[in-house]
Structures are given as C-alpha cells and as structure tokens.
Design a protein around this ligand. Structure first.
Ligand code: HAM
Length: 410
C-alpha cells in the first residue's frame, strides 16, 4: 500500500481531470459506493474458486455486530449491488463509472499493489455489441488523450454460459488424461474451475494445454455473431486488435466479449485495462435479469506507463510568494494575500519569520513567478513591491487594487 507523495500527485490530478472530461464526452455518470461490502457479494460475483476470493481478499468480522465484511477487491460487484438496490435500471440502461482504491492481498511487485486504484466503467442494460465497441473505442481515445501509444488490444469471446459448460466438460475430459502430470493447482481446479487452468504460467502445464480443445470451437452462433459485429465496428473505427483465444479473465462473471489492453513496457504487470461482458451477473445477485459490459483500468499502471513516456505532472506552483517583515507588515500581508486570491492568483503567504534574504530564498524555491515584498514603507503607502523572480525585470511598486491585472502584463 503506497503513499502518493506531492511530487507524484500532480500526475494523478492531471489523470483525474482528463478522465472526468473524457467520461462526460461519452455520457457516463459517476457512481460512488462504499469501500466495504458484505463478503458474500464478492464471493458470489467474482467466484468462489478464483485467486481473488481464495486468497486475496481483506475480509474481517465487524466485532460490533458480527457481520462478515470485505474491503472491495474490485468495483463491478459493488456497482451491480448499488444498481439493484436503488433500482437504477428502472429508468432505463445506465452508463456509469467509479474510481477509487481497491484492495487485494497479492504479492507486491512493480505494478501490483495491495491497495491500488481503478477507474471502472460499466454499461448496464445494454445487450448489443455496439456497447462493447463503445467501451473499447473510448479507451483508445483515452490513451490518445494521455499520450499513451505503446499499448495493444487483445479481445476474445467466452460464448454463452451454455456453450461454456459444453466446453468445460470437454476440457475436463482432455485434462483428465494427464491427471498424473497436472500440478497441484491444476488438479485442484480441474473439477471446480477448469477454465482457470488455461491461465497457468507453469511451463509443464503450458505444454499440456497446447493440445487442449479450444473454447472457440464450442461457441454458440449468437455469441459468434456478437463477436463478429464487435470486430466490424472496431475495424470501422480503425482500432487494431488481436484475437487471443487464451484470454481468460481472473473473475468468473464474464461471458461473450472479454478484452485487455496490454503493454510490454511495464514488465510482468502489463495489463493496464481489462473487462468484458457479464450478462448473467445482475440476475445472479438478485436483480431483474439485464445484460451488462464494462472494464476497469489500473491507475498506477497507467501513470507508470505515462512516466515511461516522460510525462510529469504539473505541481501546484504559486503565482506569487508574499514576504513581509515587522508586525504591521505581517498584518498588511494578510490583506494583500487575500486580495490577490480574490483576483484569482495562487498565493503563498510566508510563515515562520526570518529576514528578507531568508524569505526571498523560500520565495525562489517555491517556483513562484513573483515575490510580493511588504515592509514598513509599503504598509504606510498601502502598496506592494513586486519582484519578478524568473525574468530579468525591474522591481516595481504598485497599488494593491489592480495588482493582479498588472502582474499579468509583466
Ligand atoms: P481486473 O482485471 O481484476 O478486472 O482488474 C482491472 C485492472 O486493474 C487490471 O488490468 C490492472 O490494470 C489493475 N489491477 C488489478 N489488480 C491490481 C493490483 N494488485 N495492483 C495494481 N493494479 C491492479 C476487474 O477488476 C473488473 N472489475 C473489470 C471489469 C469492470 N469488468 C467488467 N467491468
């Protein structure tokens, strides 16, 4: 779990500003849910036999009332819970987004943290492939807005729940032939969640999997048509993609379209954004059946990628740093600072005493373009002396009223 320090938070603020306008441009509205939910919600939606639920959730019993709670490991479950609870789909399909911290007890490494941040985008109540395409096209626009180019899109389809269970049975009977050679993980998952075995990183497993039947061959016609329509829109929108038949997501709620945006620039944790369709989830957790599709991106990974490209966030640099000496000047400097702020300037008022020389050093280090100097003379005249700090220009004395306008012209 990381602290985000002031030197880094400029880039976070740039990212957050960018996504707000980007999401508004596509008509997505913000939803804010608590970071804690009933544990059962995540178990039922993400799936009992997944890494997240088996070993990564921060789960605890609230000793005040005995409730079993979990810090959210992702946002889709919470979003669907809120949509059901507040009957939002009654008003029609919803385009929603959320952002904030998520928690997974993973082994920390570059790009993988126990508290990390996501922006998640969910379109609920839409069945067509146009929405899958919209979600992908909007990601592509975001990468452009953020100056990210080293990222590729992988897509696949998992078919319908029915076609998946046909495939599941075929995969089990194939893997059973290798029962003695399966590693512990694969053996454990064989009966509970065999599709997850496809994701194994173990070279011995990969060898066995090379000959495994493909989910693609068991796809139902409707899912295939959906997938083809999605590809057509992506091509029309000039979005390049690769079809990755082995793309298995780490959460169980997906059907049909799944996709990931991946970069090679961040080492092992190269997926910056991932999602897909989850048409069964709303009904599964108690809502009126409705299709849905969405994705989430890892903010740390995106900022790391922007950092690789040389992006640095602008810090909140003040326009003017006010130095003052003496009691009367200190009092007047308050008036000066507040008045300049009234005019829309970013002002740091020196605090902590010291002579003018020491204060001017602080003014310089602040990055401000100007120092406002207030001594006894200025107090008597009701004026301020302005010294440009970044260019070779003369110090000038001005009236307080209108000083801000004048600064714009120096
Ligand atoms: P996910 O693939 O588990 O999907 O996470 C989405 C993204 O969050 C990942 O691609 C990655 O960028 C980031 N991420 C995940 N775990 C970590 C971590 N430990 N440290 C840093 N970044 C991480 C979901 O969470 C789904 N809810 C996405 C979704 C929304 N599907 C449909 N709607």
């Amino acid at each position: 779990m990381n602290d985000i320090l002031p030197d880094e938070s400029g880039l976070w603020a740039f990212f957050e500003d960018t996504i707000r306008t980007w999401l508004a441009a596509y008509g997505y509205r913000n939803l804010r849910t608590p970071i804690v939910e009933q544990t059962d919600l995540f178990v039922r939606s993400i799936g009992e036999v997944t890494d997240i639920v088996e070993k990564e959730m921060y789960t605890f019993v609230d000793h005040l009332n005995g409730e079993n709670l979990t810090l959210r490991p992702e946002g889709t479950a919470s979003c669907v819970r809120a949509v059901i609870e507040h009957n939002l789909l009654y008003a029609g399909p919803q385009r929603l987004y959320y952002s904030g911290p998520m928690f997974r007890h993973e082994r920390p490494q570059k790009g993988r943290y126990r508290q990390f941040h996501q922006v998640g985008v969910e379109a609920l109540g839409f069945a067509g492939p146009d929405i899958d395409a919209e979600l992908i096209v909007m990601c592509a626009r975001l990468w452009r807005l953020l100056g990210i180019s080293d990222v590729r899109l992988e897509i696949s389809t998992l078919g319908s729940t029915e076609s998946r269970s046909v495939y599941r049975a075929r995969l089990i009977s194939y893997l059973e032939k290798f029962c003695d050679d399966l590693d512990e993980d694969a053996r454990r998952r064989l009966k509970t969640n065999p599709l997850r075995i496809l994701d194994s990183k173990n070279p011995a497993m990969r060898e066995i999997l090379a000959g495994a039947p493909r989910l693609f061959d068991d796809l139902d016609e409707d899912s295939l048509a959906h997938f083809e329509a999605l590809q057509r829109i992506l091509r029309n929108q000039d979005i390049s993609f690769e079809i990755n038949n082995r793309l298995v997501r780490g959460l169980d709620y997906y059907n049909r379209t799944v996709f990931e945006w991946v970069t090679d620039k961040l080492g092992a944790q190269g997926t910056i954004c991932a999602g897909g369709r989850y048409d069964g989830l709303i009904a599964q957790i108690g809502g009126k059946p409705a299709p849905a599709c969405g994705f989430a991106m890892g903010i740390e990974r995106i900022l790391a990628l922007m950092g690789e490209n040389g992006a640095v966030g602008a810090h909140a640099i003040p326009d003017i740093y006010v130095v003052h000496q003496g009691e009367a000047a200190a009092e007047f400097s308050w008036k000066v600072a507040e008045s300049l702020r009234d005019d829309g300037l970013k002002v740091v008022l020196h605090s902590g005493g010291g002579n003018f020389k020491a204060q001017m050093k602080k003014a310089d280090a602040s990055g401000a373009r100007f120092a406002a100097i207030i001594g006894e003379d200025e107090v008597v005249a009701g004026q301020i002396s302005i010294k440009p700090l970044r260019e070779a220009a003369e110090q000038i004395r001005v009236d307080l009223a209108g000083a801000a306008a004048l600064l714009g012209n120096i």
